[in-house]
Design a protein around this ligand. Structure first.
Ligand code: ARG
Length: 456
């Protein structure tokens, strides 16, 4: 846009460099809602006649319909979504359109639009998080008691169940949802009325505008309201953490679906073949989710870097906030949807899990606990079981097949009943504390999540 003080139009390359409408058109719904609220406040302040207000409102609603019908012509020469809509309004209704920008700047307008966008996107993302949680809860219930090795350092650690393993992700996603909800509370504050930097000499009722737009409050410092983009960083951080959780789930499933593990089978619909190797069935959805995490982190970092060196208040650098913001919400929403589908269609291979969890070394800690129960201090018990493990490795005898004599030679504290330790039933039955993979705990937690997730 060029204005009264210019004698030359902007160079074509400058227009190309600076236009944002090719992506910020996505704010149209919020821009129009903000403009209608602003116009209503202008009417209340006597700046518009009721007829002028009606013309503006009707004009904006018609523009909204045209945009949604795909009939609106966006013009990059008009730079951004705000100028496009305002110019079209004035073209359609004439003089009243030119009054709309009274007591407003694109600076408070864009801050308002992006807050409304973030709020709407958070509201759209939360049900998707819940749907993935529900898919995980369903799968956890279906295979609640299928036992498999739990890993630390990707080495056999202790036995867990598929139910317990999948519910771990349900917990993570619950915190993700909570984070988004808290982020929404913080961002739901109306900047409109902050003007370009220092409010306006024409005072509109900010409270009424905020209420119409369902904001909880108005911003209390015009410079802060124009300059900061922390609410965008908040959203991008929340989305990056969701990405991290989905990436770890993906990595688990890449391993589980490999020939070496064979713990699960992903459906044909959620895997792809190879153009060369006829036998291949690749976990591309998992790999893409893992890979897309990179851009989620990148989006967060690029907005933080864009903002960090800016003097107060608005600088055009801030226009660079939108593509990362849109990309992260769009990426995460698709990731949540495809992952929910993939989890629902996944099968667990109980025999492969059973074969892997039969490794008696998974119960070495339980054997140390056995000695502790007989009065041996844990550090000593750890040492003694370590010796038994070494003997098992040296002699090629599984830990549960060493004889009582062999155990007794290591320590007389090993009794006849030490062999009982190598029962998985016992191992799970003893782990009764909250948070442990006891079947009753898992069942309780499944019920808990079902109840939580069934609430609207
Ligand atoms: N398209 C601009 C942005 O996204 C809108 C605000 C423009 N304000 C300005 N003073 N040039 O940041």
């Amino acid at each position: 846009m060029w204005h009264g003080r210019f004698t030359e139009a902007p160079a074509d390359l400058v227009l190309q460099y600076g236009e944002s409408v090719s992506y910020d058109w996505k704010l149209y719904r919020h821009d129009i809602a903000g403009s209608i609220a602003h116009a209503r406040a202008q009417r209340e302040a006597g700046l518009l006649t009721p007829e002028e207000f009606s013309a503006i409102e009707r004009g904006l609603k018609e523009i909204l319909e045209d945009i949604e019908a795909g009939k609106f012509q966006w013009d990059t020469k008009l730079e951004d979504v705000h100028m496009n809509i305002e110019a079209e309004l004035t073209r359609r209704i004439g003089a009243p359109g030119a009054k709309l920008h009274t007591a407003r700047s694109r600076n408070d307008q864009v801050a308002t639009d992006t807050r409304l966008y973030c709020r709407a996107q958070v509201d759209a993302t939360l049900p998707l998080v819940h749907a993935l949680q529900l898919a995980l809860v369903d799968k956890a219930e279906e295979y609640a008691e299928v036992r498999l090795p739990g890993f630390t350092h990707l080495q056999h650690a202790q036995p867990v169940t598929v139910g317990h393993h999948l519910l771990a992700y349900v917990e993570m996603l619950a915190r993700d949802a909570q984070r988004l909800t808290q982020c929404r509370e913080r961002l739901n504050v109306c900047p409109l009325g902050s003007g370009a930097i220092a409010g306006s000499t024409i005072n509109l009722n900010r409270q009424a505008i905020a209420e119409e737009l369902a904001f909880d409050a108005v911003t209390e410092n015009s410079m802060d309201a124009i300059a900061d983009r922390d609410y965008i960083m908040d959203c991008l951080y929340c989305l990056a953490v969701i990405g991290t959780h989905l990436s770890r789930l993906s990595e688990d499933l890449v391993l589980w679906s490999s020939a070496e593990f064979g713990f699960c089978t992903l459906s044909d619909a959620h895997t792809t073949g190879s153009s060369l190797m006829p036998q291949k069935k690749n976990p591309d959805v998992c790999e893409l989710t893992r890979g897309k995490c990179g851009r989620l982190y990148g989006n967060l970092v690029s907005v933080m870097v864009a903002v960090k060196g800016l003097p107060l208040t608005y600088n055009r650098d801030l226009q660079e906030d939108k593509e990362p913001l849109f990309d992260s919400f769009e990426t995460v929403s698709l990731a949540l949807r495809v992952n929910a589908e993939m989890i629902a269609a996944m099968r667990i291979n109980a025999e492969r899990c059973a074969a892997a969890v039969a490794d008696p070394l998974l119960l070495a800690t339980d054997l140390a606990d056995y000695l502790v129960r007989r009065g041996v201090p844990f550090r000593q018990a750890h040492e003694l079981v370590g010796k038994a493990v070494a003997l098992s490795v040296q002699t090629g005898t599984p830990l549960d097949k060493l004889t009582t004599e062999q155990y007794r030679k290591i320590s007389p504290e090993f009794g006849e009943d030490a062999a009982q330790v190598f029962s998985l039933d016992r191992a799970f039955a003893l782990r009764t504390n909250p948070g442990a993979p006891n079947p009753a705990n898992t069942a309780r937690r499944i019920q808990f999540w079902r109840q939580i997730l069934s609430q609207p």
